[in-house]
Ligand binder design. Structure first.
Ligand SMILES: [Zn+2]
Length: 162
């Protein structure tokens, strides 16, 4: 069957940022399963996979607008050191997480540790990047009613989440 909305698709993929150095890939023999049409993967990749079928391999280049968005300079903020727990070790290059007003967990990058403050970056690490994918479609099947209700694919063992 061809990939269309409400199908569960399994893909093997590798991703690099143009220089060939792989920054993300599926585990060998463990393809990524996702539900087509529910933004489980970046929009630019989902769009190209529409209509493809098992066995097809493709190379896809996805710009930031259809990937993780443009890099937003306003996503960089200077936060007083006193707003972090005193015993927390903070190092430039480290990734920390915080809870936003909606109760969602957000990760952020520590850009720079200053005397009394910390410069942090809330942009997605892949924001502003052009993503190069090599993808092979391993399987396509109809989603179960439960998967459609949840808006995501479930693994072979059933749920995989609470
Ligand atoms: Zn679920």
């Amino acid at each position: 069957m061809k990939i269309a909305k409400d199908c569960v698709v399994s893909i093997e993929y590798r991703m690099h940022l143009g220089d060939g150095n792989v920054v993300d890939e599926s585990e060998p023999g463990e393809p990524l399963e996702y539900l087509q049409g529910y933004e489980e993967i970046v929009p630019g990749l989902e769009k190209v996979l529409e209509g493809k079928q098992a066995g097809e391999s493709l190379k896809v280049v996805v710009g930031p607008d259809e990937g993780y968005g443009d890099y937003d300079p306003e996503g960089v903020e200077e936060v007083p050191r006193s707003e972090f727990p005193e015993d927390l070790e903070i190092q430039a290059g480290g990734v920390l997480s915080a809870t936003d007003p909606d109760g969602d967990e957000v990760d952020f990058l520590v850009k720079e540790v200053r005397k009394d403050s910390v410069l942090v970056d809330f942009n997605h690490p892949l924001a502003g990047k052009t993503l190069h994918f090599e993808v092979t479609v391993k399987g396509v099947r109809a989603a179960t009613a439960e998967e459609l209700e949840h808006g995501h694919a479930h693994g072979e063992d059933g749920h995989g989440h609470d």
